[in-house]
Design a protein around this ligand. Structure first.
Ligand code: UTP
Length: 278
C-alpha cells in the first residue's frame, strides 16, 4: 500500500519558545519567508501526499487561518505558491482536547488514517532536503514502519528518543528497541529520532496500550516500542539538515542558514555576517 496521507501534530505548548508562543502557535513562528508549518505542509506535498491532517488545540487557530486560500487583491510569490498547493491538497483539522503528549496527539489521527500507512511529520520541525520523501522510498522497499534518525553528540541523548539497532544496508537499520530520553549510561546508541516517521496503522492499538509517564504525558516512543514487538521496524539515517523550531537556537540557525541561500535576502545576510566581528 502506498503512503498517501500525512499527519502533522501541532498541538504542543511550545514553552521552550516563550514568550514568542504566548499568544501565537510555535508552528506559526517565521523562518525567513514562511511560518514553520508551511514548510512541513510543503514537505508532505512534494513527497506526493495530498491528504493532510493537522492536529491542533487551544490557541492554535492561526494555523487554520493560514491554510485558507488567500483572497488578497495582490499576492507575493510565497502566498501564490501556497495557494497552488492548497488547490491540490485536502487539509483536515482535529483538536487535541488536552495537551497530553505526542502519543496522545497521534491518537486523534486514527479515523483519518484508517487502515493505511501514513507519514507523521512534526509541525515544529523542518528538514532539507525532504526527509519525508526519502522515508517513503525506504518504506516502499521494506513495507513496514520506518523512523528517521540522526546522529547526536552523546551528551545530548537525554533530549531525544534513541534507537538500538543494526545496519542492514547503507543508512538503513533494523530496530531492536527504542528508549525515550535515556541517560548517557542507558543510551544504546547516539541515533536520535528526529520527528519524521512512516507508521503502519497498528500504532494506534499500541498507543492505547501505552501507559502515561510522570506528568501524564503519553510518549509516542513508548507506543513505538510496543509496535516493535509486533512487527519489524526500521530506522533511516537522514543525512540532511533538520531544525527543531521549538528550540530557540535551532530556530535562529534555521533563519540564518536558509536566509544565506535565499535570492531576496541572501546577499544582505552574507554582507552582514562578513561585517560582524566575533
Ligand atoms: P514537543 O516535545 O516540542 O513539546 O512536541 P511541546 O509541548 O510542543 O513544546 P515545549 O516542550 O513545551 O517547548 C513535539 C511535537 O509534538 C506536538 C508538538 O506540537 C510538536 O509538533 N505535541 C506535543 C502535540 O501535538 N501535543 C502534545 O500534547 C505535545
Amino acid at each position: 500500500m502506498k503512503v498517501k496521507k500525512a499527519v502533522i501534530p501541532a498541538a504542543g505548548y511550545g514553552t521552550r519558545m516563550l514568550p514568542i508562543t504566548k499568544a501565537q502557535p510555535k508552528e506559526m513562528v517565521p523562518v525567513v519567508h514562511k511560518p514553520v508549518i508551511q514548510y512541513v505542509v510543503e514537505e508532505a506535498y512534494y513527497s506526493g501526499i495530498r491528504d493532510i491532517l493537522i492536529i491542533t488545540g487551544k490557541g492554535k487557530r492561526a494555523i487554520e487561518d493560514h491554510f485558507d486560500r488567500s483572497d488578497l487583491p495582490k499576492k507575493d510569490k510565497y502566498t501564490e505558491d501556497l495557494d497552488k498547493i492548497l488547490d491540490e491538497v485536502n487539509i483536515f483539522f482535529v483538536r487535541q482536547r488536552e495537551q497530553k503528549g505526542l502519543g496522545d496527539a497521534v491518537k486523534y489521527a486514527e479515523a483519518f488514517v484508517d487502515d493505511e500507512p501514513f507519514a507523521l511529520l512534526l509541525g515544529d520541525t523542518i528538514t532539507f532536503p525532504s526527509c519525508a520523501k526519502e522515508l517513503i522510498q525506504v518504506y516502499n522497499k521494506y513495507k513496514t514502519s520506518v523512523v528517521a534518525v540522526e546522529e547526536v553528540p552523546i551528551e545530548k541523548v537525554s533530549l531525544y528518543g534513541i534507537v538500538k539497532c543494526r545496519e542492514v544496508e547503507e543508512s538503513v537499520y533494523l530496530i531492536d528497541d527504542l528508549v525515550e530520553k535515556p541517560s548517557i549510561d542507558e543510551a544504546p546508541s547516539n541515533l536520535a529520532i528526529l520527528g519524521r516517521y512512516i507508521l503502519t496503522p497498528e500504532i494506534f492499538e499500541c498507543i492505547k496500550e501505552t501507559k502515561p509517564r510522570k506528568g501524564g504525558e503519553i510518549q509516542l516512543t513508548d507506543g513505538m516500542r510496543i509496535l516493535n514487538t509486533r512487527e519489524r521496524m526500521y530506522a533511516y539515517l537522514f543525512k540532511g539538515k533538520r531544525y527543531d523550531i521549538g528550540n530557540k537556537l535551532d530556530w535562529l540557525k534555521a533563519n540564518i542558514e536558509l536566509a544565506l541561500d535565499d535570492v531576496e535576502v541572501g546577499e544582505g545576510i552574507r554582507e552582514l555576517i562578513r561585517s560582524i566581528e566575533v
